[in-house]
Write a protein that binds this ligand. Structure first.
Ligand SMILES: [Zn+2]
Ligand SMILES: [Zn+2]
Ligand SMILES: [Zn+2]
Ligand SMILES: [Zn+2]
Ligand SMILES: [Zn+2]
Ligand SMILES: [Zn+2]
Ligand SMILES: [Zn+2]
Length: 585
């Protein structure tokens, strides 16, 4: 952490003081430039700090917060605080301080360092001072440092309309830093176009400059007061203004890798992760102030114990395959060499796999001598029947997808069941039959059920991609034990009414089964955690070598005997995504 104590101590000053010093006056009205600091910055912070509870929390201290919930207001407040810090350091107006921060990716330390190292460079970078010589700039710097207009008639260099001296004040505006003057209508059009193109933090001046003898777009960045005033008062749309302001906040979030917007539709909350957030752990899920849960890394739903990269691949694969899987089953076969699904679009049985360049026979899947066209497969052999029926890659995917999907569907139904149960429990509480503590066990049971479903769902993605550190036999066993415990809990909740479980002896049974599921979840996740952590660099090296030599073997043997689709090299090539959707012949 950089200490800024070595810099000269500056007295606190607001924008107005700075303006009176004449250090950096703007030509247009900036009386409200410090308006954004009017809010009470000493407001007690209302952000919520969260620790993982239900979810697996890894080996780190459970009590330490992994993330902080932020609302849009919290983010605006944080921005203001940083701007205020820069104002105090540089004594520049607030909107200029914002530009410096924006340029330095909202790092106060970086602004401070460059401000003292090379102020000119910082100002040019941030678009505050002009780079080169402004072309057609009609405003000139007066004695006070302001830009002033001293001509009788001024022509807007964009639309070429002339404005008389008395019309200028109401119809034209001057960009700060360069003195470019255009009519307000042209400014608004220019700004609107840039906002529509996704710009906000770096909307440049509409003018041009000479830099080393070449014409360049003027580097001045229009500051927020200038843009907002034009959009508000000079025919800009309020929709564009809103978009502009939202983007200014966005630029703060987007430049801060520790903060992300909640991906839920129309949700305006954000999350900031803390030092104790472990991006490499299995559980990277966060929850926003409105209760949306998501993975902070990849923005998908929480997906422990699957890894983000696999989740992304899996989603893509499911999307591609859902449209074509029926068709695939009916009209395609897997290339016997690379296992990619390929289809036959003509009568010729000589197939050429474009994915791996393998030539084979559609009927028997044996090697086709494409140079000599000498191929016989009219005789029945044991090998051939095995090969012809083998749709291992597709069957393998279907196996995992069905189970993944099934747990996902169960989870949906069980969320409904949880709502019903909670409604009934609440009613019992209101009727005075039960206390709050009496009904908590049902909430825990249903929450644990839903949590286990989600974890089970994603274990099938782990199984499908079969990472090298996975101890397959133990994993399969843990998975099936969790599955059984979960199904039992689900069955108990589904078949009997809430009332029954409130009886003391039945309640104990429910609590025991909930604990059973919880233990299984922990068991499964802990084992995965340990394997992954212990998978050292040397193991990884061994893996690469082993799989390389295996690949060679397989290529040599292809066609003579089909290998099991469950072997690792197959899983790998499948995992990388296939190209078998288009005609391959
Ligand atoms: Zn114009
Ligand atoms: Zn300019
Ligand atoms: Zn949200
Ligand atoms: Zn993720
Ligand atoms: Zn052919
Ligand atoms: Zn192939
Ligand atoms: Zn054949």
């Amino acid at each position: 952490v950089l200490s800024i104590a070595r810099y000269p101590a500056l007295k606190m000053s607001d924008c107005e003081d700075v303006d009176e010093d004449g250090s950096d006056r703007m030509s247009y009205n900036v009386e409200d430039s410090d308006e954004i600091f009017d809010d009470d910055d000493d407001d007690e912070c209302s952000m919520e700090v969260c620790t993982k509870d239900l979810h697996h929390s890894g080996p780190s201290n459970v009590m330490e917060p992994c993330f902080v919930k932020l609302t849009a207001d919290d983010i605006v407040k944080e921005q203001r605080k940083l701007i205020q810090n820069v104002v105090e350091l540089t004594r520049l107006p607030g909107h200029t301080a914002r530009q410096l921060l924006q340029e330095m990716k909202w790092s106060f330390e970086n602004v401070a360092v460059l401000y003292y190292d090379d102020q000119e460079k910082l100002f040019a970078k941030a678009g505050i001072s002009v780079n080169g010589e402004a072309i057609d700039a009609v405003a000139v710097r007066g004695s006070s440092g302001d830009f002033v207009l001293d001509q009788q008639t001024i022509t807007c260099q964009v639309c070429l309309e002339d404005f008389e001296k008395e019309e200028v004040e109401n119809n034209m505006s001057t960009a700060s830093g360069c003195g470019h003057v255009f009519c307000n209508a042209c400014w608004v059009r220019h700004i609107t176009t840039q906002v529509k193109e996704g710009q906000a933090a770096r909307i440049s001046c509409a003018g041009e400059t000479f830099v080393e003898g070449k014409r360049r777009r003027c580097n001045i960045i229009l500051d927020e007061c200038f843009v907002e005033e034009l959009l508000r008062g000079c025919g800009g749309s309020s929709e564009i203004l809103k978009k502009y302001q939202a983007r200014l906040i966005d630029s703060y979030v987007n430049n801060n890798p520790r903060i992300k917007w909640c991906p839920a539709t129309d949700c305006t909350n954000a999350i900031r992760v803390t030092d104790s957030f472990d991006a490499n752990s299995f559980d990277t899920s966060v929850e926003c102030s409105d209760g949306h849960v998501w993975c902070f890394n990849c923005l998908d739903e929480p997906h422990a114990p699957a890894e983000c990269s696999n989740v992304k691949e899996w989603r893509k694969k499911c999307q591609e395959d859902s449209a074509t899987s029926n068709w695939l089953v009916a009209y395609t076969k897997d290339c016997p060499n690379c296992k990619v699904a390929i289809n036959k679009d003509g009568g010729c049985n000589h197939m050429h796999c474009k994915h791996c360049d393998h030539h084979f026979c559609w009927v028997c899947l044996g090697i086709f001598e494409h140079k000599t066209y000498q191929h016989t497969c009219n005789k029945f052999t044991d090998d051939e029947s095995k090969m012809a029926s083998g749709r291992t890659a597709l069957q393998r995917y279907t196996h995992y997808y069905e189970r993944f999907n099934n747990h996902s569907k169960s989870r949906e139904l069980e969320s409904k069941l949880q709502e019903d149960a909670m409604f009934k429990m609440k009613k019992m509480q209101e009727d005075g039959n039960k206390t709050y503590m009496d009904v908590q066990f049902m909430k825990q049971a249903t929450s644990q059920l839903i949590n286990a479903r989600r974890i089970l769902q994603w274990t099938y993605v782990v199984g499908f991609y079969d990472p090298p550190w996975l101890q397959r036999n133990i994993f399969d066993l843990n998975q099936s034990e969790l599955e059984n415990a979960t199904e039992k809990l689900s069955n108990m909740l589904e078949t009997e009414d809430v009332i029954k479980w409130c009886a003391p002896e039945d309640r104990v049974e429910m609590i025991n089964q909930t604990n059973q599921v919880e233990t299984r979840v922990k068991h499964l996740l802990d084992a995965l955690d340990t394997w992954k952590t212990n998978f050292s660099e040397s193991d990884r090296q061994d893996m690469v070598e082993a799989s390389n030599s295996q690949d060679h073997e397989e290529t040599a043997e292809a066609g003579s005997s089909r290998k099991s689709g469950n072997k690792r090299p197959v899983a790998k090539s499948e995992g990388r995504g296939t190209n078998g959707r288009r005609p391959n012949k």
